[in-house]
Design a protein. Structure first.
Length: 306
């Protein structure tokens, strides 16, 4: 079967076995038309892969094409058949986040497919249901440990420290000595009694707060985020002064100098990334910025200093 929606030059062919071949979107189309054509193709190909019995519908041996019918998807998603047909035809219509979520559930999308649907529809995807990890997933905890002799830690969206390795404890901060309820980067920074004597403290604190503020905007209904803001406002005059400024930051990289009592000055590059298995978490890794720091870290590991 060859499917050619009205108003689109995109073509998708679905075999009777459910295999999808020949999906193309000509580059001659404008950006908006290409996006709608890609969305239409994506929905049709996914619909062809869902068997009626997968979604609780009776099988029909007389079906000429594999997968669900459009009217079945519309019924499962709770949308009008004409509207859904227009969406699969690449018409210039708008879909809300709620409707896209309903279609994703009807077509049994996984996380990647759901995110792709929202990207193609040009709609900001709501946060997935179920929240974010409050504890370090075992494979990420093991990965953090494996990065020694370089410091590494895993941080949650609220800046809670979920995992760290021995190098982090020896060179940056021993989070094991902090109660689990206060193992939070913002709390530790803004309530540090010695913060006034640390030249780089203000810059680090401002940047950490700005990254938290950007995440806070995505989670305005999260009581744990609101609770942290209330507690920090009561505990830190700097936090009270800076929070109303609405500074935001979504990236983290740079160079950090640490004065170690035995090793002297250590210069480290630091980079933050998001594990694809848990994109709400952030993995921060510190790497030597010069040969002297690299040799110092390797020596520290070799003599059991970690």
């Amino acid at each position: 079967m060859v499917v050619m929606p009205r108003g689109c030059a995109s073509v998708a062919r679905v075999t009777r076995e459910g295999t999808i071949v020949g999906v193309t979107t000509p580059p001659s189309l404008g950006a908006s038309e290409r996006r709608r054509a890609e969305l239409a193709d994506f929905l049709r190909t996914r619909r062809a892969l869902v068997r009626p019995r997968d979604v609780g519908l009776p099988g029909d041996g007389r079906r000429r094409t594999p997968g669900l019918r459009r009217e079945e998807v519309a019924q499962l998603a709770g949308v009008g058949l004409s509207w859904y047909t227009w969406l699969e035809q690449g018409r210039d219509i708008r879909a809300s986040a709620q409707v896209l979520d309903a279609i994703a559930r009807a077509l049994r999308f996984d996380g990647a497919e759901r995110a792709h649907l929202f990207h193609l529809a040009y709609v900001a995807a709501p946060l997935p249901e179920g929240g974010y990890a409050r504890e370090a997933p075992p494979h990420l905890r093991a990965f953090v440990d494996s990065l020694e002799p370089y410091p590494a830690l895993l941080i949650g969206p609220r800046t809670d420290v979920l995992a760290w390795n021995r190098a982090t404890a020896a060179l940056i901060h021993d989070f094991g000595g902090v109660s689990a309820g206060r193992r939070n980067m913002l709390w530790l920074l803004f309530t540090d009694p010695g913060r006034g004597g640390k030249p780089a403290w203000a810059d680090t604190a401002r940047r950490t707060l700005a990254r938290f503020r950007a995440e806070y905007a995505r989670r305005l209904e999260d009581a744990e985020f609101a609770e942290l803001v209330v507690e920090l406002s009561a505990a830190s005059p700097e936090f009270r002064a800076w929070w109303p400024r609405h500074d935001v930051l979504t990236e983290q990289s740079g160079t950090k100098t640490i004065e170690h009592p035995r090793l002297g000055a250590l210069t480290l590059h630091h980079l933050q990334s998001a594990p694809t298995s848990h994109p709400d978490l952030r993995l921060t890794v510190f790497a030597p910025a010069d040969d002297a720091t690299r040799r110092a870290l390797e020596a520290l590991l070799a003599d059991g200093g970690l």
